[in-house]
Design a protein around this ligand. Structure first.
Ligand SMILES: [Zn+2]
Length: 201
């Protein structure tokens, strides 16, 4: 297999509340899903991710993806950024898709402190988002494993983890436990789909 490289725009991503003063009594916008309490009450959520932590996460994600599928996320360009976002999961996801998606080739990855959901990260379209708070709750190496999983959601169109075939050692297994970091395998179908998409991304 030839190695496929995908450029990454990584953001140390601070979250800012959309507008102070419209929380109570103001015009109601539709809120769906869980909310991030700090944002919902008008507070900013700094990222707290450092560049070494992000580089380390990509080293681990690349270790998995090159071994399994000869896909390397490189080069990784890291910058700081903040976005004014809705506090609910659906609104925030839509905002990320609309604002983070790279204008050129590649994938954008937002490293945030927390997300309004139980999941440690989100992936889809040409973006992924990883929660530092949840990533740090696992064993060393878990942030990179989580990142690899979310990048998998970008490369393999399988939001319900069906192709993982209910195999716990599969990278794309749905119910992942942060104390188990060895879930890094991909099967032939996943490799084929990911490489196909990687060429056009
Ligand atoms: Zn998943």
């Amino acid at each position: 297999m030839n190695r496929i490289r995908i450029p990454i725009k990584a953001y140390i991503l601070g979250l800012l509340p959309q507008s102070a003063g419209t929380g109570t009594g103001g015009p109601r916008t539709q809120r769906t899903g869980q909310q991030l309490p700090a944002l919902a009450s008008g507070l900013a959520v700094p990222s707290f991710w450092t560049r070494p932590e992000i580089n380390q996460a990509f080293a681990e994600a690349n270790r998995i993806w090159t071994r399994e599928a000869e896909i390397e996320f490189s080069p990784v360009v890291i910058s700081e950024r903040s976005e004014m976002v809705p506090p609910d999961e659906n609104g925030m996801w839509a905002h990320f898709i609309n604002h983070l998606t790279p204008q050129t080739r590649g994938i954008a990855v937002g490293f945030v402190h927390d997300l309004p959901s139980h999941e440690g990260g989100w992936g889809g379209g040409r973006i992924a988002v990883v929660s530092g708070q949840k990533a740090r709750s696992g064993l060393p190496g878990f942030p990179g494993n989580l990142l690899a999983h979310e990048l998998g959601h970008v490369l393999i169109d399988d939001p319900n983890h069906a192709y993982a075939g209910n195999v716990p050692s599969n990278l794309m297994y749905g119910r992942r436990h942060p104390r188990i970091v060895n879930a890094g395998m991909l099967n032939q179908r996943q490799v084929q789909l990911a490489r196909q998409r990687a060429l056009s991304i």
